[in-house]
Design a protein around this ligand. Sequence first.
Ligand code: INS
Ligand code: FE2
Length: 334
Amino acid sequence: DPNLVYQPNRTPKSQRKDFRNFETGSVAEHVYNTYKLMHTNQNVDFVKRKHLEWSGCSHTEMSMMDAVMSLDQLVDESDPDVDFPNSFHAFQTAEGIRNEHPDKDWFQLVGLIHDVGKVMALWGEPQWAVVGDTFPVGCAFQNSIVFRDSTFQDNPDDTNPSYNSKYGIYKPNCGLDNVLLSWGHDEYLYRVLQFNKCSIPEEGLNMIRYHSFYPWHSQGDYMYLCNDKDLRMLPWVNEFNKFDLYTKAAELPDVKKLCPYYQSLIDKYCPGILKCRHKVALQPTRVQMSTGAGNPDTWARTHCTAWATVEFNLRRGGAFSCEVVINTIMFRLK
Ligand SMILES: O[C@H]1[C@H](O)[C@@H](O)[C@H](O)[C@@H](O)[C@H]1O
Ligand SMILES: [Fe+2]
């Protein structure tokens, strides 16, 4: 579609400069604190644990419109431009898209629902594991990440030689599909939509999955991890970003008036009651391991679905078995 070429200058500079100012302003402090916690705690082990916790088989069921409306309880602490509930930002984004893309109803719907994954924050997840810009873990944290200089010093991955090189655990151009991004609402909603077999086109799903990956879509960084598909998706993600960012305004939309129209889009692309992946509490578990099973690592590999290293406390039992107390919550028994 020739109309969809990214035009960075479409929004006049004068209008743009007020957005994403992370340095000054009344919100600067809580924005910084959210990123400080995020950049300290989001590392390879953490992200793998979140993938596991939020992909369990216990589900909450809710309609997409209820999920959007529940965001009226959430003010995003990472966002220097929005100090009102996220549900309004959903309608602002959608209406902006509807103005410029009246023919693409799926795109308008993406505008409405893109932040729905933030419901995780209403279900007990701290905001630094839900909101904010995302970035790859498992390879060097690049300077394109906001607050890069001052927030990563306590992140163990930053000094881990397996993770702090340009490619880290990845192969050149392996594709973003194979890259672990910091855990947050983008990936969560992407998974919920896939799980429920929603019929939003691939471009829309990628807008949702990568809309907070500013180091990539706005700074042009991490291209060395991208494959052809990612490069095909990038103009769409950027087209989405124009509305996600530049429709943020103090004037709030009349949500009640807009609901019927958007309900019709929901009915078309993600109807009915959706199954939402709910967080599974993975508790430290006590299990019996036969000594014949060899060393604990081998045992874990055969008996656990694990993302991360499992830690053991071995206690000698009888001649043929010992008790294994698995301390981490990063695995489930198969
Ligand atoms: O996509 C946006 C963006 O990354 C913002 O910077 C962040 O504050 C929001 O949480 C997120 O929804
Ligand atoms: Fe978002």
